[in-house]
Design a protein around this ligand. Structure first.
Ligand SMILES: NC(=O)c1ccc[n+]([C@@H]2O[C@H](COP(=O)([O-])OP(=O)(O)OC[C@H]3O[C@@H](n4cnc5c(N)ncnc54)[C@H](O)[C@@H]3O)[C@@H](O)[C@H]2O)c1
Length: 323
């Protein structure tokens, strides 16, 4: 089996790459290195290219002849997509269409795709989100992921391309042993910012709002370990290979964690202080986003093994301290 992996030089992609290597699956990384890191790929086969350029994508298919695509490349942050909505659409939506068109042309029938929990509309009550809940993207990033899910449905019904689209929640942690981890520039994710603050690389962690309708007033999220994500991607590929129909699945731990919970857990585990500064709410932030992971667990027989606060913080701390 041969996998074409887009975005394999990034945070999530490099962990998926490592998982595929562990399973001895021949993998070509296709990445333009715009936010990825060449050293995360090691000596695995790599082609530098842009998914928004059809010739570049077509060249990778013609040369590598994959059996399956793991499509993870994207303009991956809410803030970047809001600043550059045209680039967001070009990379995320046109890029995905290019890959689907290349799959049609080269007879590739299976894709595992990185969508996002951002596609959900703001929930009215603090309950775990189900795949059947209302979609109502509130940002260009979320819209781009919603559009990709629509494309996947279209290419399934018209051309028989089967996919698993993961609505991924807050990815966190790092590989327990390999020297790969979270390195975004600029960093916008909470855990690396908390750790950087604790290590004295930032003056304070900003807490955006403590007046949300949540138990302690801060926003609630679902932190899922990147190594559990990699396992889910592998299992989804296997399922498609066995002839499964398409699925949209939440990819989260199912555990609701507030901003205060996370900061306190880091303080306790590292036995160090984390200076914080309270700011007003940011526009577009949901009060809570956490997964009902029942469908994921049933469909993939997946159980989170690393998505507890202790393992998440321990592996992330190790990675950041080595940086
Ligand atoms: N990190 C999270 O918490 C999270 C949550 C939900 C969904 N996701 C999704 O998971 C995926 C990976 O996120 P990440 O945090 O690893 O981001 P990342 O920025 O670390 O990785 C993205 C990778 O895609 C590559 N890339 C970007 N544009 C490209 C292009 N035009 N052509 C080829 N390669 C390109 C980048 O160089 C990078 O290696 C994204 O699709 C993101 O939307 C991430």
């Amino acid at each position: 089996m041969k996998v074409l992996l887009t975005g394999g030089a990034g945070y999530v992609g490099s962990h998926v790459l490592r998982k595929l290597c562990d399973q001895k699956i021949s993998t070509l990384v296709f990445d333009d290195l715009s936010s990825g890191h060449k050293e995360f790929i090691g000596d695995n086969p790599f082609m530098q290219g842009d998914i928004s350029k059809i010739e570049s994508v077509d060249g990778a298919f013609a040369q590598f002849r994959p059996d399956m695509v793991f499509h993870i490349a994207a303009l991956a942050t809410l803030s970047e997509c809001s600043k550059r909505p045209d680039d967001c659409h070009r990379v995320n939506v046109t890029g995905t269409r290019n890959i689907l068109d290349a799959m049609r042309k080269h007879g590739v029938k299976h894709m595992v795709f990185a969508s996002s929990c951002a596609v959900y509309a703001n929930a009215r009550t603090m309950t775990a989100l189900r795949e059947t809940d209302e979609i109502g993207p509130i940002s260009p990033y979320a819209e781009s992921k919603r559009d990709c899910e629509v494309l996947l449905r279209e290419y399934d019904s018209k051309y028989g391309i089967r996919s698993v689209a993961f609505r991924i929640f807050n990815v966190s942690g790092a590989h327990p042993e390999a020297n790969i981890g979270e390195r975004h520039n600029p960093e916008t994710h909470l855990l690396p910012l908390v750790i950087d603050t604790m290590l004295g690389r930032r003056p304070a962690i900003y807490i955006y709002g403590n007046d949300y309708p949540t138990p302690d007033g801060t926003a609630v999220r679902d932190y899922v370990h990147v190594w559990d994500i990699a396992e889910a991607f592998f299992r989804a590929g296997k399922l498609l290979g066995e002839g499964s129909p398409s699925h949209i699945l939440n990819l989260g731990s199912g555990v609701a964690t507030s901003v205060y919970d996370l900061i306190n857990a880091v303080k306790i585990q590292a036995k160090m202080d984390v200076p914080s500064s309270l700011q007003s709410r940011r526009e577009g932030d949901s009060a809570w986003l956490f997964a009902d992971a029942a469908l994921l667990e049933k469909t993939l027989r997946w159980k989170p093994e690393w998505s507890n606060m202790q393992a998440i913080i321990q592996t992330a701390l190790k990675w950041h301290q080595n940086q």
